[in-house]
Unconditional design. Structure first.
Length: 263
């Protein structure tokens, strides 16, 4: 990336939805939905966070970014949740293999139990297409770290979705994330960005996101036909989905890698 291509940090304004409630509609608009593969919008656990009433609980943990040259246009978003971790709550002594899904379930359970959160879990960073490849995602990651501190927390945990893994879904996940460049940094760009931001790579979240559906639903989500049982590649998936013609069913299990940012 050349200096000319990089988005100037001074042009990016980041605010929470508590601070800028007027940006909420844009932050969760169809433009952002279209920025991820269709099938990823059908994880049932997501409703515990992204449904309007649920989202009201987390307005201090949703960041909306605007370009100062167009201050009312959202160009990127970052979402996170406060959760109780290593606080004595049963089942919270280690980072869960269910990664992304479990962070959302923990946050929902903590809110219902009125349990005091101790850390923040990062859920996603999405940058709209015209601004990709210009360092905006790195700026949003930095903003998430700052917001974690501003909210009174010292730790940010992220189940990271490596950005280039979908180019080789058949490669075992552990093999992929073990690849490093001669300078010691990860080969994957998004994992490398986390390390450059001070993140420490921890353990694999082997079933971070689980999405199941009928073959008709999967065809609608992907535009593909599934005529045989077994593993099938779909665009945007980090690993093959498992198809059962006999049960009219397919399941996608996405692995992520836990990264810890000590704020």
């Amino acid at each position: 990336m050349t200096e000319d291509a990089r988005f100037p940090a001074e042009r990016l304004t980041v605010a929470t939805l508590r601070e800028r409630p007027d940006l909420r509609g844009q932050t969760f608009s169809s433009a952002f939905e279209a920025a991820v593969p269709e099938f990823m919008r059908h994880d049932p656990v997501a409703a515990l966070y992204y449904a309007d009433r649920a989202l009201d609980r987390y307005l201090d943990f949703v960041l909306a970014a605007t370009d100062r040259e167009a201050p009312d246009r959202v160009i990127a978003r970052a979402t996170s949740v406060p959760v109780a971790y290593r606080d004595g709550t049963p089942g919270r002594v280690r980072l869960p293999p269910a990664g992304w899904d479990e962070l959302i379930r923990w946050a929902d359970a903590d809110w219902r139990a009125k349990r005091r959160p101790t850390v923040v879990g990062a859920l996603e960073i999405i940058v709209l297409p015209p601004y990709r490849g210009r360092g905006v995602s790195q700026l949003m990651l930095d903003a998430l770290v700052v917001n974690t501190w501003n909210r009174g927390f010292g730790d940010l945990y992220a189940p990271v979705r490596p950005s280039h893994k979908h180019h080789e879904p058949a490669t075992p996940f552990a093999e992929y994330i073990a690849r490093h460049r001669p300078d010691g940094l990860p080969v994957d760009p998004w994992l490398r960005a986390h390390v450059r931001a001070g993140g420490r790579i921890l353990n694999i979240a082997s079933c971070s996101m689980v999405i199941a559906g009928t073959l008709e639903e999967w065809s609608a989500w992907t535009g593909q036909r599934f005529d045989t049982s077994g593993a099938a590649d779909v665009a945007g998936a980090l690993s093959p989905i498992q198809v059962s013609r006999e049960q009219d069913h397919a399941v996608y299990v996405e692995p992520n890698i836990w990264v810890h940012h000590r704020v």
